[in-house]
Design a protein around this ligand. Sequence first.
Ligand code: FAD
Ligand code: SF4
Ligand code: SF4
Length: 476
Amino acid sequence: AKPNKMLKFTQTERDMPEKRAANERRDDFLEIYGDYVEAKAEEQASRCSQCGVPFCQNHCPLENNIPDWLKLTAEGRVKEAWEVSSATNNMPEICGRICPQDRLCEGSCVIEQSGHGTVTIGSVERYLTDTAWEEEWIEPIKPLRERAGSVGIIGAGPAGLAAAEQLRLQGWQVTVYDRHDRAGGLLIYGIPNFKLEKKIVQRRTKRLEEGGIEFVMNCDVGVDITFDKLREKHQAVLIATGVYKARDLECPGSGAEGVSAALPFLINSNKRGLGDEVVGETAEGRNVVVIGGGDTAMDCVRTAVRQGAKSVTCLYRRDHANMPGSRRETANAQEEGVSFEWLAAPKSIHDEGGNASAVRADRMRLGQKDASGRQSPEAIEGAEFDVEADLVIKALGFSPEDMKVMSEELTTTRWGTVRVNPLSFETNLPGVYAAGDIVRGASLVVWAIREGRDAAEHMHKYLRELERAETKVAAE
Ligand code: FAD
Ligand code: SF4
Ligand code: SF4
């Protein structure tokens, strides 16, 4: 009998790819984790116990067939493992890098629960597809047949791109519109390089372009072209525009110079990294305070460190345990020298000569649980304190922009997200679908990919129906 390659978690310890030392990585924007070599990927995959009911898979939004590709990896069958992993995911190497695995697949791994440290699912996933790119296993997109029907996709983020690829594979004529000059959505302009290097995103978008998908960039739908015009041009339309209205800080002084929104700060930094000439705030030589506790806040503090800030402090109104951002990213920020003021909420911003000079914050405590079951923070009287700050970055989350600008007829929810049929992703307008953050509210890349794929499947069916009806009319 062949020796069993699996179940090695009792002999083999969990081992992540090497992480560059904090003092080395804080001076550049390169990714902080190294690559697995083949032997390491095999060794780590062999720790999986091949659960009959794989909780890892149930907690992956794409329901990736994780046990199968781990087994194939452990057996050295890397190409087959990659094929299984890419059957359910349009960008496995991106998810492997930036999914909050501790809250998804890895957080549910039974080995973790038995105290042996979770299987490093994300790192193996990344290794498989990075290898596929290197070995040129990833082939150009070749639809089996060309179809006349055409699809317009608004938004070149992960939801739009995943849908574009799926629809193109079926042979439809796909055009993607985006208001930015580069495709990728938050993958290119939100998420910083040290989490996801831009060449990883660009090789994906290049492949889509080479596969016949047309990209119309610098095109703000609702401004440069009307939504109705798009509906006339295309038989089906997908809205995948993400959520971009930044929640604002409402305290005295918040209009001072040196108070910036998170996304422009991150976009500028990413553009500089891509070689563009950019004017705008940088953190160099400044005392920086970032307000917020989510992924965006973590990306801002770590960007500020790399830009050469004098000091970087994160203010968050709840405690460490209640931070919404990924544990891993918070730990990385701490290692890189960011100070955290938990249970601290900004009260006012002071300025000198018009530019911010300090943030005055209330010290908070967690009080009664609210309707959602979370303890609401409340200020402790007389416990306010000042933090020096000449650059204040607001990272308080995002909500949808007003969709009425695009279309008066589109139905939205009370949160301003686009209302869809949860099974088909179709909106109230026939042939118009929506997916990603604009449907879910600010969420994750892996959910955007999932919804983009699901919406594409239903758009394909819809277009096939139209095609059939047209052929029937033509025959009559
Ligand atoms: P987006 O990625 O937002 O793409 C939408 C696209 O639509 C954009 O390119 C935009 O320019 C375009 N657009 C919008 N309106 C129009 C219009 N009217 N006309 C034309 N184009 C338009 N998720 C993770 O899983 N891991 C992370 O580590 C992570 N880090 C994050 C860090 C930051 C700073 C932010 C802000 C988010 C992060 N997220 C992370 C969340 C993740 O990026 C989003 O959930 C995901 O990108 C949503 O995908 P999407 O395709 O729905 O929208
Ligand atoms: Fe885990 Fe994300 Fe990969 Fe799913 S896509 S297996 S959640 S890293
Ligand atoms: Fe393997 Fe963990 Fe998934 Fe079980 S839960 S199949 S041990 S990765």
